[in-house]
Design a protein around this ligand. Structure first.
Ligand code: SF4
Length: 374
């Protein structure tokens, strides 16, 4: 069983971000209490079993104070059986991490940190409106390791406009010196409902060039590979198989419960989407209502989701599972498309499992969507 908790608050809005969060924190305690109540109200959503992973995402979960974190973890332990070796992750921003907060997270039971570093280069941090400095980015990882949390992932953003690839190389080099077991690297994308989206519309910034992004991706993959990081998902790299167990469960289509404003849940046949509005969420939970809409997944939805997430991973997608999910439609409709992609050298089949080649990884989402069924 897997649990996601969305903490919908941030200190400031990063210019690229289209996640749900608010910078108005006056009702933070009330929202956290509502999330704890939602956990109680929805405890029967998942089948019986041990909770294997718990993930505090956001927003900025490292803005939780000790009482708030204890309330949430206490509620989880009261209503679920948490496995002794459960992975309990918390997303954190460098500006929230000091010796005291790290001790607090460690003592509360957080055993994995996902730190939003994004870059070690001050001008890039300012360009993206990150709340932390380059100095804090480097220091916080060492502080976390000192506090006893060694299972650390750092997020990096690539394809930030730059004259050459030197900044990316310097970012990677600094990441390697920190010796973290996991790195997530995401391409800068410009979403319409963000500051960058509005600047692009007003022509204050240029779009990210596809060729530049592809070059940066290739540098990144090569460099991480040379330093012992396995690309187990297109954007995720781990040493010594220290994969994110929580995110891997999404990619393997395992059921999960998501609580908090904007969180999603999945039970194998349907998805539920919580309202992306803190005030509406609070009001509903205070009335003992779950503010979620439900979408029943058709056979085509389940097949296409499996393709979209599975093809991005080293586990690939099983032909037999595609056949079952699609009620036999996949093999009939897609055989020609598969043959075309195999000839292009983008995809290969090994013992009934479809896998992307290195060349195919550059077009992962396009390949998946070309294989979608109706
Ligand atoms: S801190 Fe994270 S969630 Fe908050 S605005 Fe920045 S990227 Fe988005």
């Amino acid at each position: 069983m897997h649990l996601y908790i969305h903490i919908p608050f941030c200190k400031q809005a990063c210019h690229y971000c289209d996640f749900h969060f608010s910078t108005h924190t006056a009702n933070k305690r009330a929202v956290v209490e509502a999330i704890a109540r939602e956990i109680e109200l929805r405890k029967a959503y998942l089948p019986d079993g041990d909770m294997e992973t718990i993930y505090f995402g956001g927003g900025t979960p490292s803005m939780l104070d000790e009482a708030e974190l204890h309330l949430l973890l206490g509620t989880i332990h009261k209503h679920f059986r948490v496995a002794p070796d459960a992975e309990i992750s918390l997303e954190a921003n460098p500006d929230d991490l000091d010796a005291a907060s790290l001790q607090m997270f460690f003592k509360a039971g957080i055993n994995r940190l996902s730190i939003g570093i994004q870059s070690f280069h001050e001008p890039h941090l300012r360009f993206m409106n990150r709340a932390h400095s380059a100095l804090q980015a480097g220091q916080c990882v060492k502080l976390a390791q000192k506090a006893g949390i060694d299972n650390i992932s750092i997020d990096l953003i690539y394809a930030i406009p730059s004259e050459n690839h030197n900044v990316l190389l310097a970012d990677l080099s600094q990441a390697f010196t920190l010796g973290v077991p996991h790195i997530s690297a995401y391409c800068l994308t410009i979403e319409p409902q963000t500051a960058f989206g509005s600047w692009l519309k007003k022509k204050k910034i240029k779009p990210i060039e596809e060729e530049y992004a592809a070059q940066q991706f290739e540098i990144l993959v090569k460099s991480l590979g040379d330093h012992g990081y396995e690309q187990y998902e297109i954007s995720n790299f781990a040493r010594d198989r220290r994969y994110s167990r929580h995110n891997s469960s999404y990619w393997k289509q395992h059921p999960y419960l998501g609580v908090g404003p904007s969180a999603h849940s999945y039970d194998g046949t349907s998805r539920e989407y919580n309202v992306s509005n803190n005030a509406k969420y609070l009001e509903a939970i205070q009335q003992e209502r779950i503010p979620a809409t439900t979408e029943m997944l058709t056979s085509a939805d389940q097949t296409n989701e499996y393709l979209l997430t599975g093809l991005r991973t080293i586990w690939g997608v099983e032909m037999q599972k595609l056949h079952v999910l699609s009620n036999g439609a996949f093999a009939l409709e897609q055989q020609q498309e598969l043959e075309k992609m195999t000839r292009k050298g983008w995809i290969r089949e090994e013992s009934g499992i479809l896998l992307l080649t290195d060349a195919g990884k550059l077009f992962a989402d396009r390949i998946a969507s070309d294989l979608f069924i109706d």
